[in-house]
Design a protein around this ligand. Structure first.
Ligand code: FBP
Length: 546
């Protein structure tokens, strides 16, 4: 494998660990826990893994353990730092006993079911330390939820003498990890399952999880690109740049990038929903800002658009909910062509939702009616909202021009940043955080835990002061409708409109809309002053400062 100079230099970086993980640990158990919602139902579904205490690790005495093997799975979308979770787990497992082995299942949860695996040796591991991507073993979106899959999994786990499986994933994958943990516990198979909070979307966070890994690096990568565009925009002064940002549902990425770059406009899906805005309301909001800047002679600007915004427009949200039910019908399963599927849903949705469906541009309507990902989500990354909105803004401005309400020139450029950031080389924050999450997972395994997620807290402090431990996954669960049925899932964290990051943004956005207040964050720095290299996201800083 050819290696860049940066990669060579980064390979030598030793990620920092919390003090508690720098030697042997002892587990301190808190009080029993409850799920965040539907407590009776979740307890019934998870009799073996419900109610367990939150765990905190403190320095302890060494314990000699017989050799054991561990398996690891990368699940879902790529996020910077995945390789460091694996290297942390590798080093943690080897520190317990050098004879311990780590096996990676190839291309996601499917690798467990298909018995597709490799041993991660020291030589292989060293090539991936502090690098972006998930390519060491690959990732996939196979949903682990059927007993048949669990049984196929146990065959290979037994064959490889694997005592514990670590699943690195987002809310859906960690939900599945918990279901698997419960199943193996109920069957007394003796295999532990531990989750790890991953997703650039930043929506796997709560009282126990400060942030999901990858959010930091992805946002910094997008912010570098947005900053570059803003500088271009402020140099040429002739375009409005419509920039869509990944984040399937929540707007955390868009909000963080807005805090870092101070664009003219940033839409926040959660606010669109709270204010019951229509598509036309959003277009009018942007067009007004464009017109106000044009009145000052500024025919340029930047608009950040969260990927999932369409799903948060109340009328469209209602439509999607019904489409999900319709697409889950048994008759829908045999449809093979896109046109047939669109006709099928048109005939079955309510009159109100049909009206919404028909009012949408044909390409958007078609995408909403087409296939879901394996977790039942609309594939919003395929909807070109940035083009849709700029087209609609241009139409509105053309009407306003006729009545003299708008006096400018409107030229637009479109961008979608998502895949550009998911495999970036992890920032120091993500490199340290991920390594700690992986190392910590080895301690949860050594302590016999299952159905837990590895957690590292207090991460705005220097790494030595970070707090390591575990949270029972059931604690984060409630029931939600998926693929037409109520299912136990980890509650997604959306942007809180009364939270400090949104409030800061809301108190500055009028000024940013009018004045050119751009900030150019520049590329992620790996070496240099700590305030440049080790700074966590502004979101996390504001949340922790409250
Ligand atoms: P995860 O939730 O699995 O981390 O993935 C999130 C994400 O990156 C979203 O931001 C995006 O909508 C989606 O993945 C794209 O999925 P795919 O990689 O399958 O195109």
């Amino acid at each position: 494998m050819a290696i860049s100079n940066l990669q060579k230099a980064r390979a030598a970086y030793q990620p920092k660990l919390p003090k508690a993980l720098q030697g042997p640990v002892k587990a301190i158990e808190g009080a029993g826990t409850q799920s965040v919602g539907n407590q009776a139902e979740i307890k019934e579904l998870f009799p073996n893994t419900y109610g367990m205490p939150v765990i905190t690790f403190e320095p302890g005495e060494p314990v000699a353990l017989p050799p054991f093997n561990v398996g690891i799975i990368l699940s879902g979308g790529q996020a910077p730092g995945g390789h460091n979770v694996i290297s942390g787990l590798f080093d943690g497992v080897k520190s317990l006993n050098p004879a311990n082995k780590l096996y990676g299942f190839i291309l996601g949860p499917g690798g467990l079911v298909d018995h597709n695996y490799m041993e991660i040796t020291a030589d292989i591991m060293d090539q991936y330390r502090n690098t972006g991507g998930f390519d060491i073993i690959g990732s996939g979106r196979t949903k682990l939820e059927e007993v048949d899959q669990f049984e196929k999994g146990i065959q290979i786990l037994r064959e490889l003498n694997i005592k514990a499986l670590v699943i690195i994933g987002g809310d859906d994958s960690n939900t599945n990890a918990c279901v698997l943990a419960e199943y193996y516990a109920a069957k007394k198979y003796g295999v532990q399952v531990i989750g790890c909070p991953k997703t650039i979307d930043g929506d796997l966070k709560n009282e126990q999880i400060e942030t999901s890994f990858g959010f930091d690096t992805a946002c910094k990568t997008y912010s570098e690109l947005i900053g570059n565009i803003q500088r271009d925009c402020n140099s040429a002064r002739k375009y409005w740049h419509f920039i869509k940002l990944m984040g399937r549902s929540a707007s955390h990425i868009a909000l963080e990038c807005a805090l870092q770059c101070q664009p003219n406009i940033c839409l926040i899906s959660e606010e669109v929903e709270a204010k019951a805005m229509s598509l036309d309301d959003i277009v009018t909001y942007i067009a007004k800002a464009v017109a106000a800047r044009a009145a000052e002679g500024n025919n340029f600007g930047t608009v950040l658009i969260p990927e999932g915004i369409i799903e948060f427009i109340p009328a469209i949200k209602k439509l999607i909910a019904e489409l999900n039910d319709v697409l889950a019908l048994p008759e829908a399963q045999s449809i093979t062509s896109a046109n047939e599927q669109i006709e099928f849903v048109k005939q079955r949705v309510s009159r109100e939702n049909l009206a919404t469906f028909l009012s949408l541009p044909a390409d958007v309507a078609a995408q909403l009616a087409l296939d879901r990902d394996p977790h039942g989500n609309v594939q919003v990354s395929l909807i070109e909202t940035e083009k849709l909105l700029s087209r609609m803004v241009a139409d509105k401005l053309a009407v306003w021009k006729k009545s003299g309400k708008y006096v400018g020139k409107f030229g637009s450029q479109h961008h979608f940043f998502g895949y550009e950031g998911r495999c970036a080389a992890p920032s120091n924050y993500d490199a340290d955080y991920c390594y700690s999450l992986g190392y910590n997972a080895s301690r949860l395994i050594a302590n016999g835990k299952t159905g837990y997620m590895s957690i590292i807290k207090n991460t705005t402090a220097p790494a030595a002061e970070w707090i390591a431990g575990g949270v029972p996954i059931t604690m984060m669960m409630n029931l939600e409708k998926r693929n037409g049925k109520m299912k136990p899932v980890i509650r997604k964290a959306l942007v809180e409109l009364d939270g400090a990051p949104f409030k800061y943004f809301a108190s500055h956005r009028e000024e940013w809309a009018k004045e050119t207040s751009y900030v150019y964050p520049g590329p992620i720095q790996y070496w240099g002053p700590t305030e440049v290299c080790d700074r966590p996201t502004i979101t996390l800083q504001l949340e922790k400062a409250k």
